[in-house]
Write a protein that binds this ligand. Sequence first.
Ligand SMILES: [Zn+2]
Length: 313
Amino acid sequence: MNEITKQIEARFLELGVKVETSEIDTKLDQLINKFKVPPEEARRNVVNYFLKKHNIPKSDFFTARETAQVKASDIKEDGKWITLRCKVVQLWDANHESLSQAGLLGDESGTIAFKKWSKANLPQVEEGKSYLFKNVVTSLWQERFSVSLNKTSEIIPIAENIEVGTTITEFSGAIVDVQSGSGLIKRCPECNRALIKGACGEHGKVEGKYDLRIKAVLDDGEKVQDILMNREITEAFTGITLDKAKEMATEALDQGVVLDVMKNMLVGRYYVVAGKKLDRFILVDSIKPDVKPIEEDITRILAATSMPFAVEA
Ligand SMILES: [Zn+2]
């Protein structure tokens, strides 16, 4: 307890405020010994009390803390304050007003998603530029890590162009879904986003240009994996070219027919995919039928059929 008192006193002194040692002691003693509050919570409580009393913004008190610089792929703990040296790999639609920017950061070790809150009042970052992100906090949601940039964070542009490391991932399993937004789609000519009902989230109603892609989900019986195939891979894999897809849509008077055909072709079949991992997706470089389940089936059939013979013999 004595140690906590000393730390609090020293930190307030740095900010030019003298807080009485006895007053800190009394408050800590009450919280810890009388109300059985855990020491860390008691510390926060006491600090907040004196911040309020002396009218000091919380951010002033906490920013002085220097956080350790870590690699994107080393983030394995929730709620940890860190510093990252990263390039902005991708910006996503920040589709909530409390969010000012969201996207993907990357360094030599890999990538990590980020969120920048509007109330943090931080400068905008640009895709393809590198920055030092000081005092960001890690969070874990649905088994994936990300970092949050808030009031006490700092963004410092750096001249260096960081090479973002990518690791090739392989996954094999059955395609259990080909998602909407697959097949023949239209993209915004300005920003290349896929249009939803003929409109871009950023640029509104636009004359879209056609593209072909597949967003699908693979399941290996234990976990699921989202995959993304661009036009080139989709054409080679399905045999349906962009021109053919347009023809199909014209004939059926419905763009959705391409998605239906692809669903019928793919759902329920086993594949091995390989490609770069980008957030929750594998960007497919290669996809081929997985022969393993078939071999297993044959083994099972052989095992089953040899039984009666064994009995006869
Ligand atoms: Zn657009």
